[in-house]
Design a protein around this ligand. Structure first.
Ligand SMILES: Cc1cc2nc3c(=O)[nH]c(=O)nc-3n(C[C@H](O)[C@H](O)[C@H](O)COP(=O)(O)O)c2cc1C
Length: 194
């Protein structure tokens, strides 16, 4: 495997450009970032009939700082509002929310459920409000919510107690996590997850 220098090591665009050329990489490099709206990452993009205002996206990151019942805490809310104020137009999931208690990756993971719906709706509208206030519009802001079930990696009640739910037997993982027939979800449970 060849080893490459880290981007952080280059102090100037020119130094990076020279390295790119010396390695024969075909990477287009703009000498400066335009701030007049013509920069590549400032361009909007059409997706499923809607316009997403630019190419900046925030990937989902579980914060594990929700309340015991899965409701977002003040920390969760603060993080999401900061995402909304960042300028990125695609908040790609904010973070993974478990669809049911038994599928939580951690006891502090967000739950997407009837009892958390109002809190989620409220934060979502706050996110739109702060974004609109700072950037003048929010019709091109796209906020998703990532739904998950942690399956064999579930820790719903104690952070250090694994309570696996498995949907298929895996020759290596079943052994590693001591999974057996006792962990397999029933057809009824699969229906609930869906
Ligand atoms: C603390 C932490 C939490 C994460 N939580 C999620 C998550 O909830 N859902 C998800 O799809 N990816 C999650 N990821 C993966 C990130 O979204 C991202 O894909 C990954 O960190 C790779 O990007 P990076 O190289 O910039 O770190 C998480 C990553 C970190 C470090």
């Amino acid at each position: 495997m060849p080893s490459y220098r880290k981007v952080m090591e280059f102090k100037t665009v020119q130094a990076f450009d020279e390295y790119v050329k010396s390695q024969n990489f075909t990477i287009g490099l703009a000498p400066e970032i335009k701030t007049d709206g013509s920069a590549a990452l400032a361009q909007p993009i059409e997706y499923k009939g809607r316009t997403i205002g630019n190419r900046w996206a925030i990937l989902p990151m579980e914060g594990w700082d929700c309340m015991d019942d899965g409701t977002p805490s003040e920390f969760t809310k603060r993080r999401w509002l900061r995402f909304a104020e960042s300028g990125a137009k695609l908040l790609y999931g904010t973070e993974a929310g478990a669809v049911m208690h038994s599928g939580r990756s951690n006891p502090q993971q967000l739950l997407v459920a009837d009892h958390t719906k109002e809190a989620l709706k409220h934060i979502c509208s706050e996110m739109h409000r702060v974004h609109r206030k700072k950037f003048g519009r929010d019709d091109d802001l796209c906020i998703g919510l990532q739904l998950t079930h942690s399956g064999r990696y579930s820790h719903p009640n104690k952070a250090d107690v694994l309570e696996s739910k498995t949907a298929y037997s895996h020759p290596l993982l079943d052994k590693k996590f001591h999974n057996g027939p006792q962990n397999v979800v029933t057809d009824e449970e699969v229906g609930e997850i869906v």
